[in-house]
Design a protein around this ligand. Structure first.
Ligand code: PLP
Length: 450
C-alpha cells in the first residue's frame, strides 16, 4: 500500500537503477501513442535518467517502479493538493464505492457536492460537475456562444492551456486534424493589455461570445484589469469566463475570483477539487447556466452530460477535499511552505552563482522555476539537467508546486538537493551542459513535429 513510502531522507546521490521502468516504457510505447495518456507526463518531458513510472505515493513521497523514492512537487499535474492517498479523501471515496458508483438516476450526493461547492465559491449561483477541466471550459464556451448567439472566442494568448478541444488546440503549434473554420473562430488578446482587448472588440463587433483567461498566472492583474475586462465585455455583450483550474482552491479556498474581487459570468474549476480524483466544475450566473437546464423557453443547450460525469466516489472525494480546505489551514500551508522553498532556492542559486539562471516565479502556493543558459535565455537542456540532478538526489520537481503534505523537513531536504544540483548547473554553464546531461534535452509539449 501507499503507506509503505517512507518519510526519511530520499536516497541521496546514488547511481539510481531505472531498469524495470525502462523495460515497461518499451512495452508502453508499443501500444500507447506517446507511451502514456497525458502528454505532460511523457518521456520527452523528463531527462533520460528519470523514473518512467510511479507505482505509489503517500503524502508528498512517491516510489518508482525500480524502488527509488522521491519528494514530489506539482503532484498529479497540480491536482493533488492535500498529498497522495490523503486519508479523509480515500476513506470518503471508498465508503461511497461500497454503495455503487453510477445509477440510472442521480444520487443525492450530486446535490450535496453542489451545495458544498457553492458554499465555498459564493460568487457562483449554479454549478455542474464533470470529469476534466477541458470539459468544463468547453461547456463554458458552448454556453457563452448560445447565450450571446455569437461564434468568436477571445482567449488570453499569454496563458498556455485551456482545453484539449478544437476551439483551443487549434490555436497551438499542434493544430493537426482541426478544421480551419474552427481555428479561425478563436482569437487572442494579452493579459493586462487593455488596448489588445479593445482592438479585438472593435475588429469583431458583436461577434465575440466570451473572453477566456486564467485570473492570474505569473503576472498579477494590474489596475483592476479583471473588473475592467468584465465590465468592458458586458458593455459589448460578451461574457467573461475565468479558468480557475490552477488557481481554484490554491490562490484561496474560494478561488482567485475571491482574491481579486471579481465575479465572472462563468468559471471552471478542476484539479485541486478532489485531490486527484476526476472531478471538475462549471460554475456561474444562474441566468447563463440555466440554459443547460429545463426551466426556460430559449433554445436548449447540451451542457456537460456524460456517462461518468457524476461518479459518486469522485463526488465523495470532492466533498472530503473541500471540507478539508474549509476546516484546515491548507492554503496558508501552501503559501508558507512555498515561501520557505522560494527563499531556500534563491539562497542556493546565489551561493552557486546561478541566480540569473534559476529563479522561482509565481505565487508561493504555485511556484515555477526558470532554467536559463549562459545568455540568460530559457533552455530546455538546462531544464533537463536540473531535473536530472534533482532526481539523482531524490527530488522529482517539474515545478516547485507544494502540497499540504510537504513538511518543513521535506522543504529542507529539497533545498539541500537544489543546492547540490546547482553546483553541477554552475559547472555546466562553464564547461558545457553536454558534459553533464545524459541523453537529449526535454521538449515543449506543443510542437508540430516529434
Ligand atoms: C489552466 C488550465 N486550464 C485547463 C486545463 C485542462 O484541464 P484538464 O487537463 O483537466 O482537462 C488545464 C490542464 O492542465 C490547465 O492547466
Amino acid at each position: 500500500m501507499a503507506s509503505t513510502v517512507s518519510t526519511a531522507a530520499p536516497s541521496g546521490q546514488t547511481a539510481m537503477n531505472f531498469t524495470r521502468g525502462k523495460s515497461l516504457r518499451q512495452r508502453a510505447h508499443a501500444i500507447i501513442p506517446g507511451g502514456c495518456h497525458t502528454y505532460a507526463k511523457g518521456d520527452d518531458q523528463f531527462p533520460q535518467l528519470a523514473p518512467s513510472f510511479i507505482v505509489r505515493g503517500k503524502g508528498c513521497r512517491v516510489r518508482d517502479l525500480d524502488g527509488n523514492e522521491y519528494i514530489e512537487y506539482g503532484m498529479g499535474l497540480r491536482a493533488v493538493t492535500l498529498g497522495h492517498a490523503y486519508q479523509a479523501v480515500i476513506e470518503a471515496a471508498a465508503r461511497q464505492l461500497q454503495w455503487g458508483s453510477n445509477f440510472n438516476r442521480p444520487a443525492p450526493i450530486e446535490v450535496e457536492c453542489a451545495e458544498r461547492f457553492l458554499e465555498l465559491v459564493p460568487t457562483a449561483e449554479m454549478v455542474k460537475f464533470c470529469k476534466d477541466g477541458s470539459h468544463a471550459l468547453d461547456g463554458a464556451v458552448r454556453l457563452a456562444r448560445a447565450y450571446t448567439g455569437r461564434d468568436y472566442v477571445a482567449i488570453c494568448g499569454d496563458h498556455p492551456f485551456f482545453s484539449t478541444s478544437d476551439w483551443f488546440i487549434g490555436t497551438t503549434p499542434m493544430p493537426g486534424g482541426i478544421p480551419q473554420w474552427t481555428r479561425s473562430r478563436t482569437i487572442r488578446f494579452h493579459y493586462n493589455d487593455r488596448d489588445s482587448v479593445v482592438k479585438l472588440l472593435e475588429q469583431y463587433p458583436n461577434q465575440i461570445a466570451c473572453v477566456v483567461l486564467e485570473p492570474a498566472r505569473l503576472e498579477e492583474p494590474r489596475d483592476e484589469f479583471l473588473s475592467w475586462l468584465r465590465d468592458t465585455c458586458h458593455r459589448h455583450g460578451a461574457l467573461m469566463v475565468l479558468d480557475e483550474m490552477i488557481t481554484g482552491f490554491r490562490w484561496h479556498r474560494s478561488g482567485a475570483q475571491h482574491v481579486y474581487g471579481v465575479v465572472p459570468d462563468l468559471s471552471a474549476f478542476g484539479k485541486a477539487m478532489a485531490n486527484g480524483f476526476a472531478l471538475s466544475a462549471l460554475a456561474g450566473r444562474r441566468e447563463v447556466m440555466r440554459l443547460g437546464g429545463l426551466d426556460h423557453d430559449r433554445e436548449r443547450v447540451f451542457l456537460l452530460s456524460t456517462t461518468h460525469g457524476a461518479e459518486t466516489h469522485a463526488l465523495a472525494a470532492g466533498i472530503a477535499t473541500m471540507e478539508t480546505y474549509r476546516d484546515q489551514d491548507v492554503i496558508e500551508h501552501l503559501y508558507r511552505q512555498g515561501e520557505r522553498l522560494r527563499a531556500g532556492v534563491s539562497a542556493a542559486a546565489r551561493a552557486a552563482g546561478v541566480e540569473r539562471q534559476v529563479e522561482c516565479l509565481g505565487r508561493p502556493c504555485c511556484l515555477l522555476y526558470t532554467t536559463r543558459n549562459q545568455e540568460g535565455k530559457p533552455s530546455q537542456e538546462f531544464r533537463a539537467l536540473f531535473l536530472q540532478e534533482l532526481i539523482k538526489r531524490g527530488v522529482l520537481a517539474p515545478s516547485f508546486v507544494v502540497s499540504f503534505a510537504h513538511t518543513d523537513r521535506d522543504i529542507d531536504l529539497t533545498i539541500e538537493a537544489v543546492s547540490e544540483a546547482l553546483i553541477v548547473y554552475r559547472r555546466a554553464l562553464e564547461d558545457g551542459v553536454g558534459r553533464f546531461l545524459v541523453g537529449p534535452p526535454v521538449k515543449p509539449v506543443f510542437r508540430p513535429y516529434v
